[in-house]
Design a protein around this ligand. Structure first.
Ligand code: ZN
Length: 446
């Protein structure tokens, strides 16, 4: 079929699929709860990948479960360096190959890595003991983005449960590292997975992410001169010096946001580029002037900004802030790139057939003629790898979640169910549907 050709789903088929989702929803909620219970923090994602790998095998997908080799990824565009034990890092892909293929192929990708909880006593319920209250399920990772992943998986189940299969090749990808480098997504591309579209069910609140910023992670490593605090004036305090660097970087942030006011994509978005000092570490002893301080930083960049020049600008900003400093002028801080080295991404015109289909599916479920809202976000997602480097249009659409990366992260249960419906209809329309071969009375396949 033509890639842009629309498939009209019969109203009876739509109803059958939506009913199937409703009928299986208790099971789906339980699955989500079991998934959230697994604390899939960075470098500890293996049990969650086992969970996903088993769920895919059980459903009859052809499962590819492999160890990621960092050296395979290093030469690729979008690579971000990792400092930590990556030796057990895995990607899992479940593939569906229909008996006869005539639709458009699809990648459904979700990340199961979650960000740290912060002090657990600040949570109402323990972060890895999911609890349902009213319309919300609480837990670290439930919103970002386990609910979206489970919605995609159960959307496929619903299609099968009513006697169909997607009429095209489909890859369900379970990845790690979305929150720090994106290397999980990159590993699936390095492995050779391609499709006509990659849909990522991040918690978009039923909007399409049309544009996203780029992100740079870096550590500024500041040195000091340690002396006994009794003669502090003869030393140089690395922690205090780090504050000067932070202030300079905040000025750079403001400069870039001022420039963003005339950006072709982000001009209407208030303060799209956020600088964050996410972690600070330094010193050894309360009565010693600290000799070292590391600050871990995140800076946003516009899709129109060149990654290399943005990095140069950050380095010069740190260098300039050190020049007037008596100790740092001779002992300049180091800038170490240690995570995201990500360019911004805008879903281009080539993404439009998919967005039109998403519009249809969303409108069918929500009964709205306005169509699916679009957003330009001030964060990033894995979509950039597919779109920027592999010519695979990619966008996010997913459920409503709140407090992601904060305390009491939660996902709306009603929205979780609706997202599943939207996905099932989307898959049906994008991939097309085949009847599943059913055993006949005589036991033969018909
Ligand atoms: Zn996410």
């Amino acid at each position: 079929m033509d890639k842009n050709e629309a498939i009209e789903l019969a109203p009876e088929v739509i109803q059958l699929i939506r009913n199937a989702i409703k009928q299986n929803f208790e099971e789906q909620l339980k699955f989500l709860s079991d998934f959230v219970r697994i604390p899939s923090l960075r470098f500890e994602e293996a049990p969650a990948q086992d969970f996903m790998s088993e769920a895919l095998s059980k459903r009859g997908y052809e499962v590819d479960d492999w160890l990621i080799k960092i050296e395979d990824l290093e030469p690729l565009s979008g690579f971000g360096p990792i400092h930590g034990d990556f030796s057990r890092a895995r990607s899992v892909v479940g593939t569906h190959r229909p008996a006869s293929s005539n639709g458009r192929s699809l990648i459904l990708q979700g990340h199961l890595d979650v960000v740290p909880t912060g002090p657990v006593e600040m949570w109402t319920h323990p972060p890895f003991k999911p609890v349902i209250e009213g319309d919300w399920m609480y837990g670290r990772g439930v919103g970002d983005m386990k609910a979206g992943m489970v919605a995609a998986l159960f959307a496929l189940d619903a299609i099968k449960n009513v006697g169909f299969e997607p009429a095209s090749r489909l890859h369900f990808q379970s990845v790690i590292e979305e929150e720090s480098t994106g290397l999980g997504a990159l590993s699936t591309l390095q492995r050779g997975y391609r499709a006509d579209l990659a849909l990522i069910p991040e918690p978009s609140g039923h909007a399409i992410y049309r544009a996203q910023v780029g992100v740079l992670w870096f550590r500024v490593s500041v040195q000091g001169k340690p002396v006994h605090v009794a003669s502090a004036s003869q030393g140089s305090n690395a922690i205090l010096a780090a504050y000067d660097i932070i202030q300079a970087l905040e000025k750079l942030e403001e400069e870039w946001n001022t420039n963003a006011a005339t950006d072709p994509v982000y001009s209407g978005v208030e303060h799209p580029l956020n600088f964050n000092v996410g972690k600070i570490d330094g010193g050894d002893w309360a009565s010693s002037v600290p000799a070292w301080c590391n600050i871990d930083c995140r800076m946003g960049i516009l899709p129109s900004q060149d990654l290399k020049s943005a990095k140069e600008a950050i380095k010069s900003c740190v260098a300039a802030a050190s020049r007037d400093h008596s100790f740092l002028s001779n002992n300049p801080p180091k800038v170490i790139w240690n995570g995201f080295q990500a360019e911004g991404y805008v879903v281009g015109e080539e993404g439009n057939p998919a967005i039109a289909v998403m519009n249809n599916s969303h409108s069918t479920v929500f009964g709205s003629k306005i169509g699916v809202p679009e957003q330009k976000i001030t964060a990033l997602t894995d979509t950039r790898f597919y779109g920027l480097y592999y010519d695979i249009p990619s966008f996010c659409y997913g459920p409503i979640a709140e407090n992601i990366h904060g305390f009491d992260e939660r996902a709306s249960i009603q929205s979780f169910q609706k997202t599943t419906e939207v996905f099932a209809l989307f898959i049906a329309e994008w991939c097309g549907l085949n009847f599943l071969p059913r055993p006949s009375a005589s036991g033969e396949k018909i």
